[in-house]
Write a protein that binds this ligand. Structure first.
Ligand SMILES: [Zn+2]
Length: 405
């Protein structure tokens, strides 16, 4: 058995030693007789789980692929991601799903689960969850009259479903020349309407729902324990008033909101009302962001989320307890996976963090840019996954991820 000792977060920080066997935590005690790796004064936390990334493979590997995306995640302290199904081809069948698995399974540096796209019928695959869009931004579009069928199908499959809840009928498909016009086209009501509709239909079905990237305080109030939800870092930190190199770098769906709305969402985050932080890491090349009207929506983020949040902990904006809840414990609970906390029986997924080691965000994703570039951040020094070192002194190791189902 290997032992790691140090100042370990288990609700509070205390000095202890973790015994690891076959990738799992099998012992936690104050002192060990045998030789152990002692990390001294730095802190040891559970590593992060990001329930929402687009690693672009298959189909758009020029923006990101499963190796570069998972390596970027690892270097930023994330050791499990859930990858979205809007690939080329879209993951809408057992065949497409299995083909994707075949392509990526030797390339993942960290553990990963895959969403299966659903627009009507479920299909029998070992996905971690399903995903659908109420907006027709891609092929995985669920029209209002199909929502009921979709919820029944996922209930029968006993898997959660993640929903992009902007209602198509509310979206205005006009050209937008800037962030303000983009927000006007996809106004608040579209998100509110989508969430209301789904919750109403699900009353009698009881499917396990996760609303992706909630941007509005009103939406948080509406969900109120009836479903899981997460918010992204970009909706917490940026608004349509924010300045970017190219404005389209801030073009995302759902859109960045007005500054006063962003501030209210941020208040909720500070007050512990946001259960899950997700990156919605959606890289595009910088040259795809030059013009606004034709720019694809989405920005990278898996390579910055946890480091920025660790800096927020250092500066007292949020507590360590709240951070671990949002990026480790709650995502693990949503997915029912054996990760997300330092406890006996859990996977030994750990980050070793020196809160005094403040750096500036630099993009790690293949796309080569980040809206967070230059912000203060604390990157983990070492990252362990199932008892293996996947990042050592900030350098990522070879692929060793396994699929969670
Ligand atoms: Zn997304």
């Amino acid at each position: 058995m290997d032992y790691i000792c140090g100042r370990i977060y288990m609700g509070i920080i205390q000095h202890a030693c973790i015994g690891i066997e076959d990738g799992k935590i099998v012992e936690i005690k104050k002192v060990v007789e045998r030789k152990a790796k002692d990390y001294g004064d730095v802190i040891i936390l559970p590593s992060g789980i990001d329930v929402h990334v687009h690693f672009r493979e298959p189909g758009y590997e020029y923006k990101e692929d499963f190796f570069t995306g998972s390596r970027a995640a690892a270097m930023a302290g994330i050791t499990c991601v859930l990858d979205m199904p809007n690939n080329k081809p879209p993951i809408l069948s057992k065949n497409a799903f299995n083909e994707k698995v075949r392509k990526i399974e030797t390339k993942a540096c960290i553990d990963y689960g895959l969403y299966a796209g659903i627009k009507e019928r479920a299909y029998d695959v070992d996905c971690i969850a399903y995903k659908t869009f109420l907006s027709s931004d891609n092929e995985i579009f669920c029209s209002p009259e199909k929502i009921q069928d979709v919820l029944k199908e996922v209930k029968r499959a006993r898997k959660p479903i993640a929903i992009h809840a902007e209602m198509e009928e509310c979206i205005e498909r006009r050209n937008a020349k800037n962030l303000e016009e983009h927000e006007r086209n996809r106004k608040k009501d579209c998100e509110i309407m989508g969430i209301k509709e789904v919750l109403e239909i699900n009353k009698d079905i009881g499917a396990k729902i996760h609303f992706c990237h909630v941007t509005l305080p009103e939406a948080v109030g509406l969900i109120n324990g009836k479903a899981s939800f997460g918010s992204t870092l970009h909706h917490l930190l940026f608004s349509i008033q924010s300045k970017f190199g190219y404005q389209a770098m801030g073009k995302v769906n759902p859109p960045l909101r007005k500054e006063e709305e962003r501030r209210r969402l941020y208040e909720m985050f500070v007050n512990g009302k946001i259960p899950i932080l997700e990156s919605d890491h959606a890289p595009h090349l910088m040259k795809e962001k030059e013009g606004f009207e034709d720019a694809k929506a989405g920005m990278p983020g898996v390579d910055a989320l946890l480091p920025i949040m660790l800096y927020f902990v250092k500066t007292g904006r949020i507590s360590l307890k709240r951070l671990v809840g949002m990026v480790s414990e709650n995502p693990a609970r949503l997915l029912g996976i054996n990760k997300g906390s330092i406890a006996i029986g859990k996977d030994a997924d750990l980050i070793i963090v020196d809160l005094n080691d403040v750096k500036k965000v630099k993009p790690i994703s293949k796309c080569g840019w980040s809206c967070y570039e230059g912000m203060n951040a604390i990157y983990p020094r070492h990252v362990w996954m199932r008892g293996n070192i996947v990042v050592e002194d900030g350098i990522a190791k070879w692929p060793m991820g396994e699929r969670v189902k």
